[in-house]
Design a protein around this ligand. Sequence first.
Ligand SMILES: Nc1nc2c(ncn2[C@@H]2O[C@H](COP(=O)(O)OP(=O)(O)OP(=O)(O)O)[C@@H](O)[C@H]2O)c(=O)[nH]1
Ligand SMILES: [Mg+2]
Length: 313
Amino acid sequence: MSASSYHLSIEVKGGNGGDGLMSFSRMANKPRCGPDGGDGGKGGDVYVEASENFYSMEHLRNSTYFKAKDGEAGGKNKKHGKNGKDIVIYVPVGTAVYEKDGQKPLADLTETKQKVKVAFGGGGGRGNIHFTTSSNQAPRISTPGKEGETKTLQLVFNPEAQIVVIGPPNSGKSSLVANITGKEINVASYPFSTRKPHLWTHIHNFSRYTFMDTPPLFSETVEEIEILTKRAKMLLVVFDSTNSESLEKMQSIMEDIEERFNKDQKREITIVLTKIDKSDILSDISIPYPVFPVSAETGEGMDKLKEFVFGED
Ligand SMILES: Nc1nc2c(ncn2[C@@H]2O[C@H](COP(=O)(O)OP(=O)(O)OP(=O)(O)O)[C@@H](O)[C@H]2O)c(=O)[nH]1
Ligand SMILES: [Mg+2]
């Protein structure tokens, strides 16, 4: 994935309205019956909606033209044509929607399920039932459906992970994010249970924080994590305190992290030692970073860590 995955130009079109019908009812025993042509259905609208299931716009790359369904034409017996179905284009949380060349975004979708209507469907045409007058009881008039609105949009994804949680496989990253944010996040006893970076927003004291849970460090997603970390303020590096092998490698892992994620030295880097409910080997860690021993299981140490993360210490 390249940095350009964060900009995407798409074309959207609302569905066309269905035509109104011109028709007259015919019954064998009534030779002169009135108009019975129904109205056309309205064309579908196009929406852009933020979803927590996406962290890039890769899923939109293959087709960049989105059109809602047309309304159906009106029918005989005054039947109203069916309205066309709306369509929803899903984007990651943190996506701003601009009209082509526009300076101001139509919407900045910062919350999951937040959505904006980007193109209106055309109105349905009117059937000849509407055109009877005292002098014309058999109007031969109906109107066509209106064309759906067309727009070119620029989608700009601004990943705003303020706090990035990284570390070796199975160290307890997802459990930590789940504990802090109160979200239900998949955790598992096997490594690589988190397969792609995921943003989780959390409100604390009326401020919004975005955490990024990540797959294990230095797997094939490392470049994506690097891009998504560019604007992060804080890195929480999670080590499993019961895993002596990864504790021994802490020094070199931290050097790799500094090299890859903090060349500009802009981020605050903190070590979180998890699973302290199961370990007793904490005393001999000496490393030039703040260290927070915690248990996501029992909650031990979590208050102190949260105070630090939310800047309340
Ligand atoms: N006892 C105990 N177990 C924990 C703690 N934190 C996590 N675990 C367990 O450790 C295992 C791994 O936890 P995850 O949160 O999935 O770890 P992860 O770092 O996200 O794993 P990957 O996404 O695969 O890299 C799970 O079985 C968790 O239940 C803790 O504080 N105490
Ligand atoms: Mg995980």
